[in-house]
Design a protein around this ligand. Structure first.
Ligand code: AQP
Length: 376
């Protein structure tokens, strides 16, 4: 018999936002937000159909690479205009491996700068740093007491990153619980992520379902959303491994804010496959298929469609490099402007933390009551 859970508490509102004079889209979205708030300022009963809650995060473990952008951040920029979005720089996740204090601090601020340069608009979404909202670690413990050892042991990212080492940090083993907490704290409907996060999202869903059946309806069960193209961008030098901020070689990775000449050089030197034919076949031709995916996503096409235009690797590489450079050019311009204004970036994340904390604290206390922790 499942014990009856507490009555589900309505979400607190996300705070009012500044609307820029030029932000017509922002104004429409704020109006939509107002329409979905009930008279007490809480999300109304139709909130999930009117405006879904979206949450996702990125680690400050290095410069943003093309896979982060195409697999996740690009969707965030679109989502912020149609959903109620919170995006988080997950600095606590970064501690699962040694970063160095000064490096971590600098990279955390840099990640916020990069995300704003990619197009996140603090007028319409909430951008914050995970460690600034204490509820994340508090709910993480409750998630650790919900997940099983066997479940965490099956996580392929742990197997890959730990590589069987005894000295690996316990946090690397348990961080999927922190990630589940990150998501569940915001009654998240959708989590836009790259394909490498599929298993962690499944765990978050399993934990929400298990908790709800044990303690009553407490958490929204989130849905993972993956882009149709670019969900797993592969390393240019090792197209059987995913492109990564901190793994692989610099030659295999395209940094989003890297200069165009370097991007072109890397694409031109990308590893291709045996045989000269250009076709989309990730299993048999991983190198060429990766380039086709990149070209397709940068030009708004599909890998199979663009493959039809090429008979030689050289031309495919030239066009892929040019398309990526063009796609990233406006981001490079914006990051240069934002680099000159760290005060603004600090202000954005401070406001973001305040907004996020309001939502997170309410959900955390709902969970604490549900599991039987005595109220203060
Ligand atoms: N190669 C990729 N292709 C598509 N999406 C990707 N993502 C990461 N790599 C690719 C997506 O980017 C978002 C942020 O990732 P993260 O910072 O949380 O950590 P990660 O998945 O471990 O990415 P990295 O770049 O490889 O970081 P490190 O080097 O620190 O491990 C996520 O949505 C992820 O799916």
């Amino acid at each position: 018999m499942v014990p009856a859970g507490p009555a589900r508490v309505a979400d607190p509102p996300l705070g009012p936002r500044r609307v820029t004079p030029s932000g017509a889209r922002s104004r429409r979205r704020v109006a939509l937000r107002q329409a979905m708030l009930d008279s007490t300022g809480h999300r109304g009963p139709y909130s999930s159909t009117l405006m879904a809650r979206v949450f996702s995060g990125i680690q400050p473990t290095g410069d943003m690479q093309l896979g982060n952008y195409l697999g996740a951040v690009r969707s965030w920029v679109e989502d912020q205009h149609v959903a109620d979005c919170l995006f988080c720089i997950v600095d606590l996740h970064a501690l699962t491996e040694e970063q160095g204090p000064a490096v971590l601090r600098a990279r955390t601020l840099r990640k916020a700068t990069e995300l704003l340069a990619c197009g996140l608009d603090p007028d319409v979404c909430t951008l914050f740093v995970q460690s600034h909202v204490a509820s994340h670690t508090q709910l993480a413990w409750l998630m650790e007491c919900t997940a099983s050892f066997g479940e965490l042991r099956r996580m392929t990212q742990f197997k890959d990153k730990s590589d069987g080492r005894e000295g690996v940090r316990v946090g690397l083993f348990t961080y999927p619980c922190l990630m589940a907490a990150d998501i569940l704290l915001y009654d998240t409907d959708r989590v836009p992520v790259g394909d490498d996060q599929r298993q962690h999202l499944e765990l978050a869903r399993d934990l929400a379902v298990r908790w709800n059946s044990r303690y009553g309806d407490t958490f929204t069960v989130p849905e993972a959303v993956f882009p149709k193209t670019g969900a797993r961008v592969m390393d240019l030098q090792d197209p059987t491994s995913k492109m990564s901020k901190s793994r692989g070689t610099p030659q295999g990775r395209i940094d989003v804010f890297e200069d165009p000449a370097a991007i072109t050089r890397k694409v031109m030197r990308a590893v291709t496959d045996a045989g000269a034919d250009v076709r989309y076949d990730p299993a048999a031709k991983p190198g060429v298929s990766n380039l086709l995916e990149l070209l397709a996503v940068a030009t708004g096409s599909t890998p199979t469609a663009v493959a039809g235009d090429y008979h030689q690797y050289g031309a495919l590489k030239t066009d892929t490099a040019a398309a990526i450079v063009e796609l990233l050019a406006p981001l490079r311009e914006r990051v240069a402007e934002l680099d000159g204004d760290p005060g603004f970036v600090h202000e954005v994340i401070a406001k973001g933390a305040a907004t996020a904390a309001t939502v997170a604290e309410a959900v955390l206390s709902r969970a604490q009551r549900a599991v039987g922790l005595l109220e203060r």
